[in-house]
Design a protein around this ligand. Structure first.
Ligand code: TXA
Ligand code: MG
Length: 321
Protein backbone atom coordinates (compact mmCIF):
# COMPACT_ATOMS: atom_id res chain seq x y z
CA UNK A 1 0.00 0.00 0.00
CA UNK A 2 1.24 3.52 -0.80
CA UNK A 3 2.59 5.30 2.28
CA UNK A 4 0.61 8.32 3.45
CA UNK A 5 2.88 11.38 3.71
CA UNK A 6 2.30 14.57 5.63
CA UNK A 7 2.66 17.57 3.36
CA UNK A 8 5.87 19.54 3.86
CA UNK A 9 8.55 21.14 1.73
CA UNK A 10 10.18 17.83 0.90
CA UNK A 11 7.05 15.75 0.16
CA UNK A 12 5.58 18.57 -1.95
CA UNK A 13 8.82 18.77 -3.96
CA UNK A 14 8.68 14.98 -4.40
CA UNK A 15 5.06 15.29 -5.54
CA UNK A 16 6.00 17.85 -8.19
CA UNK A 17 8.82 15.58 -9.44
CA UNK A 18 6.41 12.65 -9.50
CA UNK A 19 3.90 14.64 -11.60
CA UNK A 20 6.66 15.70 -14.02
CA UNK A 21 7.64 12.04 -14.35
CA UNK A 22 4.07 11.07 -15.35
CA UNK A 23 3.18 9.69 -11.91
CA UNK A 24 -0.04 9.82 -9.88
CA UNK A 25 -0.27 11.97 -6.74
CA UNK A 26 -3.29 11.78 -4.45
CA UNK A 27 -3.86 15.12 -2.74
CA UNK A 28 -6.46 16.74 -0.50
CA UNK A 29 -8.89 19.38 -1.72
CA UNK A 30 -11.60 21.05 0.36
CA UNK A 31 -14.21 18.83 -1.34
CA UNK A 32 -12.69 15.32 -1.58
CA UNK A 33 -9.25 13.83 -2.24
CA UNK A 34 -8.20 13.87 -5.89
CA UNK A 35 -5.98 11.48 -7.84
CA UNK A 36 -3.79 13.87 -9.81
CA UNK A 37 -1.69 13.66 -12.95
CA UNK A 38 -0.14 16.18 -15.36
CA UNK A 39 -3.16 17.12 -17.51
CA UNK A 40 -0.90 17.63 -20.56
CA UNK A 41 0.53 14.11 -20.41
CA UNK A 42 -1.63 11.55 -22.29
CA UNK A 43 0.02 8.57 -20.68
CA UNK A 44 -0.26 9.96 -17.14
CA UNK A 45 -3.95 10.73 -17.69
CA UNK A 46 -4.48 7.20 -19.04
CA UNK A 47 -2.92 5.89 -15.81
CA UNK A 48 -5.64 7.70 -13.81
CA UNK A 49 -8.37 5.80 -15.67
CA UNK A 50 -6.49 2.52 -15.22
CA UNK A 51 -6.01 3.16 -11.48
CA UNK A 52 -9.72 3.85 -10.98
CA UNK A 53 -10.88 0.77 -12.95
CA UNK A 54 -13.44 2.92 -14.73
CA UNK A 55 -15.39 0.95 -17.36
CA UNK A 56 -15.67 4.07 -19.53
CA UNK A 57 -13.85 7.37 -20.05
CA UNK A 58 -15.46 10.18 -18.05
CA UNK A 59 -14.05 13.64 -18.64
CA UNK A 60 -11.89 14.75 -15.72
CA UNK A 61 -11.71 18.05 -13.85
CA UNK A 62 -8.53 20.03 -14.55
CA UNK A 63 -7.23 21.77 -11.44
CA UNK A 64 -5.43 25.08 -11.69
CA UNK A 65 -3.79 27.51 -9.27
CA UNK A 66 -5.89 30.51 -10.27
CA UNK A 67 -7.99 32.23 -12.91
CA UNK A 68 -4.96 33.33 -14.94
CA UNK A 69 -3.89 29.71 -15.37
CA UNK A 70 -7.45 28.70 -16.30
CA UNK A 71 -7.65 31.42 -18.96
CA UNK A 72 -4.88 29.64 -20.83
CA UNK A 73 -6.97 26.45 -21.05
CA UNK A 74 -10.63 27.38 -21.55
CA UNK A 75 -12.44 30.11 -23.49
CA UNK A 76 -13.60 32.50 -20.78
CA UNK A 77 -16.49 34.88 -21.34
CA UNK A 78 -18.01 37.53 -19.05
CA UNK A 79 -20.18 34.91 -17.30
CA UNK A 80 -17.22 32.68 -16.54
CA UNK A 81 -15.15 35.59 -15.19
CA UNK A 82 -18.04 36.74 -13.04
CA UNK A 83 -18.56 33.33 -11.47
CA UNK A 84 -14.87 32.58 -10.97
CA UNK A 85 -14.14 35.95 -9.38
CA UNK A 86 -16.85 35.22 -6.86
CA UNK A 87 -16.28 31.51 -6.10
CA UNK A 88 -12.60 30.68 -6.75
CA UNK A 89 -10.69 29.29 -5.11
CA UNK A 90 -13.52 27.00 -4.04
CA UNK A 91 -15.81 24.04 -4.64
CA UNK A 92 -16.97 25.05 -8.12
CA UNK A 93 -15.91 23.56 -11.47
CA UNK A 94 -16.84 25.33 -14.69
CA UNK A 95 -17.11 23.68 -18.11
CA UNK A 96 -15.84 25.86 -20.98
CA UNK A 97 -14.85 25.29 -24.62
CA UNK A 98 -11.25 24.01 -24.61
CA UNK A 99 -8.79 26.39 -26.24
CA UNK A 100 -6.97 24.84 -29.22
CA UNK A 101 -3.73 26.10 -27.65
CA UNK A 102 -4.42 24.58 -24.20
CA UNK A 103 -1.91 21.77 -24.60
CA UNK A 104 -4.24 19.53 -22.59
CA UNK A 105 -4.42 15.80 -23.23
CA UNK A 106 -7.47 14.96 -25.35
CA UNK A 107 -8.16 12.11 -22.93
CA UNK A 108 -8.83 14.65 -20.14
CA UNK A 109 -11.97 15.73 -22.01
CA UNK A 110 -12.84 12.14 -23.02
CA UNK A 111 -13.40 13.30 -26.57
CA UNK A 112 -15.49 16.40 -25.75
CA UNK A 113 -14.60 19.85 -27.09
CA UNK A 114 -14.94 21.27 -23.57
CA UNK A 115 -12.93 21.17 -20.36
CA UNK A 116 -13.95 21.35 -16.69
CA UNK A 117 -11.76 23.73 -14.67
CA UNK A 118 -11.43 24.31 -10.94
CA UNK A 119 -9.13 26.23 -8.61
CA UNK A 120 -9.43 24.40 -5.26
CA UNK A 121 -9.18 26.27 -1.96
CA UNK A 122 -7.34 23.69 0.15
CA UNK A 123 -3.90 25.08 1.15
CA UNK A 124 -2.08 21.84 0.24
CA UNK A 125 -3.79 21.63 -3.16
CA UNK A 126 -2.93 25.27 -3.79
CA UNK A 127 0.67 24.80 -2.70
CA UNK A 128 1.00 21.79 -5.02
CA UNK A 129 -0.55 23.66 -7.97
CA UNK A 130 1.65 26.73 -7.52
CA UNK A 131 4.81 24.64 -7.23
CA UNK A 132 3.91 22.41 -10.19
CA UNK A 133 2.93 25.49 -12.21
CA UNK A 134 0.78 23.46 -14.61
CA UNK A 135 -2.69 21.91 -14.90
CA UNK A 136 -3.44 18.82 -12.78
CA UNK A 137 -6.21 16.45 -13.91
CA UNK A 138 -7.84 14.84 -10.91
CA UNK A 139 -10.99 12.81 -10.40
CA UNK A 140 -11.91 11.69 -6.90
CA UNK A 141 -9.20 9.32 -5.62
CA UNK A 142 -11.28 6.15 -5.36
CA UNK A 143 -11.99 3.13 -7.52
CA UNK A 144 -15.08 3.29 -9.72
CA UNK A 145 -18.29 2.55 -7.85
CA UNK A 146 -16.95 3.58 -4.44
CA UNK A 147 -17.77 6.77 -2.58
CA UNK A 148 -15.31 9.65 -2.78
CA UNK A 149 -12.52 9.72 -0.16
CA UNK A 150 -12.51 12.47 2.47
CA UNK A 151 -9.46 11.19 4.41
CA UNK A 152 -6.03 10.05 3.21
CA UNK A 153 -6.64 6.58 4.67
CA UNK A 154 -9.75 6.20 2.43
CA UNK A 155 -7.50 6.75 -0.59
CA UNK A 156 -4.97 4.18 0.58
CA UNK A 157 -7.72 1.64 1.30
CA UNK A 158 -9.38 2.17 -2.07
CA UNK A 159 -6.38 2.47 -4.36
CA UNK A 160 -3.80 0.29 -2.58
CA UNK A 161 -0.52 1.00 -4.33
CA UNK A 162 -2.02 2.54 -7.47
CA UNK A 163 -1.15 6.10 -6.40
CA UNK A 164 2.57 6.81 -6.37
CA UNK A 165 2.20 9.27 -3.50
CA UNK A 166 -0.58 10.18 -1.07
CA UNK A 167 -0.43 13.60 0.59
CA UNK A 168 -2.29 13.84 3.89
CA UNK A 169 -4.40 16.92 4.50
CA UNK A 170 -6.68 15.59 7.23
CA UNK A 171 -10.47 15.60 6.81
CA UNK A 172 -11.93 17.37 3.78
CA UNK A 173 -13.93 20.38 4.95
CA UNK A 174 -16.75 20.12 2.40
CA UNK A 175 -16.75 16.34 1.97
CA UNK A 176 -18.83 16.45 -1.20
CA UNK A 177 -17.63 16.82 -4.79
CA UNK A 178 -17.61 20.28 -6.38
CA UNK A 179 -20.59 21.85 -8.11
CA UNK A 180 -20.18 21.42 -11.89
CA UNK A 181 -21.51 24.38 -13.89
CA UNK A 182 -21.58 24.10 -17.68
CA UNK A 183 -20.92 27.49 -19.31
CA UNK A 184 -20.02 26.10 -22.73
CA UNK A 185 -23.46 26.76 -24.22
CA UNK A 186 -25.87 29.69 -24.31
CA UNK A 187 -27.64 28.69 -21.13
CA UNK A 188 -25.75 27.97 -17.91
CA UNK A 189 -26.51 24.45 -16.66
CA UNK A 190 -25.71 22.71 -13.39
CA UNK A 191 -24.39 19.23 -14.22
CA UNK A 192 -23.69 18.26 -10.61
CA UNK A 193 -24.82 19.84 -7.36
CA UNK A 194 -22.29 20.74 -4.69
CA UNK A 195 -21.46 23.29 -2.02
CA UNK A 196 -21.92 26.25 -4.38
CA UNK A 197 -25.69 26.27 -4.74
CA UNK A 198 -27.96 26.99 -7.66
CA UNK A 199 -29.41 29.97 -5.76
CA UNK A 200 -25.93 31.48 -5.37
CA UNK A 201 -25.28 31.02 -9.09
CA UNK A 202 -28.66 32.47 -10.08
CA UNK A 203 -27.71 35.68 -8.25
CA UNK A 204 -24.87 36.13 -10.73
CA UNK A 205 -26.24 34.53 -13.89
CA UNK A 206 -30.02 35.13 -13.71
CA UNK A 207 -31.07 31.76 -15.08
CA UNK A 208 -29.35 28.48 -14.36
CA UNK A 209 -30.88 25.23 -15.62
CA UNK A 210 -30.71 22.11 -13.49
CA UNK A 211 -29.34 19.49 -15.85
CA UNK A 212 -28.32 17.11 -13.08
CA UNK A 213 -31.75 15.47 -12.90
CA UNK A 214 -31.93 11.97 -14.38
CA UNK A 215 -34.17 11.61 -17.43
CA UNK A 216 -37.43 9.67 -17.11
CA UNK A 217 -35.69 6.59 -18.48
CA UNK A 218 -33.59 6.77 -15.32
CA UNK A 219 -30.42 7.46 -17.27
CA UNK A 220 -28.48 10.42 -15.88
CA UNK A 221 -27.89 13.23 -18.34
CA UNK A 222 -24.20 12.65 -18.27
CA UNK A 223 -21.56 13.82 -20.70
CA UNK A 224 -21.03 10.13 -21.43
CA UNK A 225 -24.01 10.27 -23.76
CA UNK A 226 -23.13 9.68 -27.38
CA UNK A 227 -24.56 12.92 -28.69
CA UNK A 228 -22.25 15.02 -26.59
CA UNK A 229 -19.17 13.07 -27.48
CA UNK A 230 -16.84 13.70 -30.32
CA UNK A 231 -18.01 11.44 -33.12
CA UNK A 232 -15.84 10.93 -36.18
CA UNK A 233 -17.12 12.31 -39.48
CA UNK A 234 -16.26 9.08 -41.30
CA UNK A 235 -17.65 5.64 -40.25
CA UNK A 236 -15.86 3.43 -37.73
CA UNK A 237 -15.81 -0.40 -37.75
CA UNK A 238 -14.52 -2.22 -34.68
CA UNK A 239 -12.96 -5.66 -34.06
CA UNK A 240 -11.66 -5.70 -37.61
CA UNK A 241 -8.87 -8.07 -38.62
CA UNK A 242 -9.12 -7.58 -42.40
CA UNK A 243 -9.48 -3.85 -43.20
CA UNK A 244 -10.20 -2.92 -46.79
CA UNK A 245 -7.69 -0.97 -48.83
CA UNK A 246 -9.70 2.29 -48.71
CA UNK A 247 -10.00 2.26 -44.93
CA UNK A 248 -7.52 3.69 -42.43
CA UNK A 249 -6.52 0.99 -39.96
CA UNK A 250 -6.02 1.38 -36.22
CA UNK A 251 -3.86 -1.53 -35.10
CA UNK A 252 -3.14 -2.88 -31.63
CA UNK A 253 -0.06 -4.92 -30.78
CA UNK A 254 2.09 -6.61 -33.35
CA UNK A 255 0.66 -6.31 -36.83
CA UNK A 256 1.80 -7.13 -40.31
CA UNK A 257 -1.14 -5.54 -42.05
CA UNK A 258 -0.08 -3.77 -45.21
CA UNK A 259 -3.31 -3.74 -47.18
CA UNK A 260 -4.76 -0.45 -45.89
CA UNK A 261 -3.72 2.98 -46.96
CA UNK A 262 -2.67 4.14 -43.53
CA UNK A 263 -1.95 2.18 -40.36
CA UNK A 264 -1.56 3.80 -36.94
CA UNK A 265 -0.88 1.57 -33.95
CA UNK A 266 -2.47 2.21 -30.56
CA UNK A 267 0.40 0.33 -28.95
CA UNK A 268 2.85 -1.83 -30.90
CA UNK A 269 3.86 -3.57 -27.65
CA UNK A 270 0.24 -4.28 -26.69
CA UNK A 271 0.21 -1.94 -23.66
CA UNK A 272 -3.40 -0.96 -22.88
CA UNK A 273 -2.44 2.19 -20.94
CA UNK A 274 -0.42 3.40 -23.91
CA UNK A 275 -3.34 2.52 -26.18
CA UNK A 276 -5.73 4.61 -24.09
CA UNK A 277 -3.33 7.53 -24.12
CA UNK A 278 -3.26 7.53 -27.93
CA UNK A 279 -6.88 6.68 -28.72
CA UNK A 280 -8.40 10.15 -29.19
CA UNK A 281 -5.40 11.58 -30.99
CA UNK A 282 -5.32 8.67 -33.45
CA UNK A 283 -9.07 8.88 -34.15
CA UNK A 284 -8.75 12.60 -34.89
CA UNK A 285 -5.71 12.10 -37.07
CA UNK A 286 -7.48 9.50 -39.22
CA UNK A 287 -10.86 11.26 -39.44
CA UNK A 288 -10.30 12.50 -42.99
CA UNK A 289 -12.58 12.38 -46.01
CA UNK A 290 -9.92 10.68 -48.12
CA UNK A 291 -10.64 7.43 -46.22
CA UNK A 292 -13.85 5.40 -46.67
CA UNK A 293 -13.79 4.80 -42.94
CA UNK A 294 -11.69 3.80 -39.94
CA UNK A 295 -11.25 0.10 -39.14
CA UNK A 296 -10.07 -0.74 -35.63
CA UNK A 297 -8.38 -3.99 -34.62
CA UNK A 298 -9.72 -5.97 -31.63
CA UNK A 299 -8.58 -4.52 -28.31
CA UNK A 300 -8.49 -6.87 -25.27
CA UNK A 301 -11.43 -6.25 -22.98
CA UNK A 302 -9.55 -6.21 -19.69
CA UNK A 303 -8.48 -3.37 -17.38
CA UNK A 304 -8.57 -0.04 -19.18
CA UNK A 305 -9.32 -1.99 -22.39
CA UNK A 306 -12.98 -1.99 -21.25
CA UNK A 307 -13.03 1.83 -21.40
CA UNK A 308 -11.31 1.82 -24.80
CA UNK A 309 -13.90 -0.61 -26.17
CA UNK A 310 -16.75 1.39 -24.64
CA UNK A 311 -15.53 4.51 -26.43
CA UNK A 312 -15.04 2.66 -29.72
CA UNK A 313 -18.52 1.12 -29.54
CA UNK A 314 -20.04 4.59 -29.02
CA UNK A 315 -18.07 5.99 -31.96
CA UNK A 316 -19.15 3.06 -34.16
CA UNK A 317 -22.79 3.31 -33.01
CA UNK A 318 -22.88 7.01 -33.92
CA UNK A 319 -22.84 5.88 -37.56
CA UNK A 320 -25.25 2.95 -37.27
CA UNK A 321 -28.86 3.50 -38.39
O1 TXA B 1 -14.70 18.04 -5.97
C1 TXA B 1 -14.36 17.59 -7.06
O2 TXA B 1 -14.81 18.02 -8.13
C2 TXA B 1 -13.31 16.46 -7.05
C3 TXA B 1 -12.01 17.04 -6.55
C4 TXA B 1 -10.87 16.06 -6.61
O3 TXA B 1 -11.71 18.21 -7.26
N1 TXA B 1 -13.18 15.89 -8.36
C5 TXA B 1 -14.16 15.10 -8.91
O4 TXA B 1 -13.82 14.61 -10.16
O5 TXA B 1 -15.21 14.84 -8.38
P1 TXA B 1 -14.64 13.44 -10.89
O6 TXA B 1 -13.82 13.03 -12.10
O7 TXA B 1 -14.94 12.33 -9.93
O8 TXA B 1 -15.93 14.13 -11.40
C6 TXA B 1 -15.87 15.00 -12.51
C7 TXA B 1 -17.25 15.44 -12.88
C8 TXA B 1 -18.02 14.34 -13.56
O9 TXA B 1 -19.37 14.40 -13.18
C9 TXA B 1 -17.84 14.69 -15.02
O10 TXA B 1 -18.84 14.16 -15.79
C10 TXA B 1 -17.84 16.20 -14.98
O11 TXA B 1 -17.17 16.52 -13.80
N2 TXA B 1 -17.10 16.77 -16.12
C11 TXA B 1 -15.77 16.85 -16.27
N3 TXA B 1 -15.44 17.40 -17.45
C12 TXA B 1 -16.59 17.69 -18.06
C13 TXA B 1 -16.92 18.27 -19.33
N4 TXA B 1 -15.99 18.65 -20.19
N5 TXA B 1 -18.22 18.40 -19.63
C14 TXA B 1 -19.17 18.02 -18.76
N6 TXA B 1 -18.93 17.46 -17.54
C15 TXA B 1 -17.66 17.29 -17.21
MG1 MG C 1 -15.94 10.59 -8.47
Amino acid sequence: MTTILSANNETLADSVDCLHDGGLVAFPTETVYGLGADARDDKAVARIFAAKDRPSFNPLIVHVANQAAAEGLGAFDARARNVVERFWPGPLSIVLPRLPTSGLSLLVSAGLETVALRAPAHPIARDLLYRFDGPIAAPSANRAGEVSPTQAVHVANSLGDRADLILDGGDCRVGLESTVLDLSGNRPEILRHGAVTRAQLVELLDTVEDASIPTNEGAPRSPGQISRHYATAIPIRINVTDPSSDEAFVAFGETNNESSATVLNLSPSGDLIEAASRLFTILRTLDRAEFAGIAVAPVPNSGIGCAINDRLRRAAAAHAD
